[in-house]
Design a protein. Sequence first.
Length: 91
Amino acid sequence: MERLHRAIAAFAAEQGIETPVVEVELMDSARFVLSRIDPEPGYGLVTIRVVDDDDDTPDALIIPVGTIKRIELRKAPEERLAHVGFSIPSP
């Protein structure tokens, strides 16, 4: 998880931004914009904190790492996500 956070921080630094937009796509094609990702609870599971104004979308999901298909990084949010940014943990 630390390597993922370093990669996101490096992307932000390269782009000259403080909070990149991080979106995860799962194997079932579900997509979520994240405010953060935590290594807990472990045992092959991570917690993703979701940013979404939709009441039907959960605030957080605990998922198996193997269900992550890809992670996208963007420097500028789309209009619908203007308030979004990923919290990069301090080292």
